[in-house]
Design a protein around this ligand. Structure first.
Ligand code: NAG
Ligand code: NAG
Ligand code: NAG
Length: 319
């Protein structure tokens, strides 16, 4: 390479690096050189959840006909196909071994949305009566607010339920097996289960979706928590977490935040079965494998329907 070329390339590369720096928000002061102008120092605060009013509430009969299990599914306006799939499969209202199971979807306000988006959601709520919404920007980092909204809702509107589950709309959930295991466990207070993560710590890799700076969380380890893909708790725990959240500083990773609250409450995490039944990953589908699991992750809507139909077709077969 000639000297001219080297100089030319260097002149090209420097502005590219600089431009790149403008687009990432550097949260770790140690990485200031990547973008000296845009260090965001996280503000430590506790979010006042009680200030949020419900915009949409579902129709419930919890007092007259208490559900055994309430499935609370985080969702966004755009994922309509997923909730349609869930409504006709694992989220359909049903009675399992004499125990009622119901499903509700959790929403914030669509970011960059317009009045029509919210009207469409209202219309959907009129039709299905399974939507819970509060007035907060629906972003990934606000998932903690969404989860606490679910806990607030069940505390105020359905405390007669026995158990609740928080899960997501890219999940396959097997309510039959879950009810069976919960009945076997028979612990209806101070109970919390899911895929246990007893030894997780913050990810310090800046490009990760889960990046946490030392400012946000200085310690090396999180308190034990359950993967946000799906966790189940007795309804008294919802009230306790919601109550203590006014004293636990906001943390954007929803499942870790719930772990922090449980840690303060001294409520231990428990296994529901000696084998893993809450899968944070995607076990290969077979009817027998999916009969003996509670959750499977990253299942697209069409797949949820296919799996469900396969399981219904083979209901009478032995595994
Ligand atoms: C979370 O929602 C609140 C209330 O709408 C909003 O002010 C805030 O900017 C949101 N935070 C993020 C990280 O999106
Ligand atoms: C469940 O636990 C209660 C006490 O907490 C007990 O009275 C009841 O018999 C138990 N039921 C089963 C099926 O084990
Ligand atoms: C709610 O929290 C307060 C302290 O923040 C505590 O005194 C009270 O007992 C709690 N209530 C319940 C029902 O847990």
């Amino acid at each position: 390479m000639t000297r001219k070329k080297v100089i030319f390339l260097s002149l090209l590369i420097i502005p590219v690096i600089f431009l790149f720096g403008l687009f990432i928000k550097v949260q770790d002061p140690k990485l200031w050189y990547m973008c000296p102008g845009c260090i965001v120092r996280p503000v430590h605060y506790t979010y006042d959840y009680s200030k949020n009013d419900f915009r949409i509430l579902p129709k419930v009969h919890c007092a007259e006909d208490p559900p055994f299990l309430v499935l609370l599914v985080t969702n966004t306006h755009d994922r309509r196909e997923a909730r349609e799939a869930i409504r006709q499969t694992w989220g359909k209202e049903r009675v399992i071994q004499g125990h009622k199971v119901v499903t509700y979807f959790l929403f914030g306000i669509k970011t960059d949305g317009n009045a029509k988006d919210e009207q469409d959601l209202l219309r959907e709520s009129d039709l299905h009566k399974d939507i819970i919404q509060q007035e907060f920007q629906d972003t990934y980092h606000n998932l903690t607010i969404k989860t606490l909204m679910g806990l607030e809702w069940i505390t105020n509107f359905c405390p007669q339920a026995t158990y609740a589950m928080k899960t997501d709309s890219d999940m396959f959930v097997n309510p039959f097996y879950l009810v069976e295991l919960l009945l076997k466990k028979n612990q209806t207070s101070n109970f919390f289960t899911g895929f246990l993560k007893p030894n997780d710590g913050p990810i310090r890799y800046i490009f990760s979706k889960w990046y946490i700076s030392k400012d946000e969380y200085p310690e090396q380890k999180y308190p034990p928590f359950c993967s946000g893909t799906g966790y189940v708790f007795s309804v008294d725990v919802a009230k306790k977490i919601y109550n203590i959240s006014s004293t636990v500083p906001y943390f954007k990773l929803e499942d870790v935040y719930v772990g922090m609250c449980l840690d303060r409450l001294k409520i231990p995490l428990q296994e529901l079965h000696s084998k893993i039944t809450f899968h944070p990953d995607t076990p290969q589908f077979s009817v027998c494998a999916y009969r003996n699991l509670v959750t499977s992750h990253q299942i697209p809507p069409q797949q949820i329907v296919l799996y469900w139909e396969a399981m219904e077709r083979t209901e009478d077969e032995k595994c």
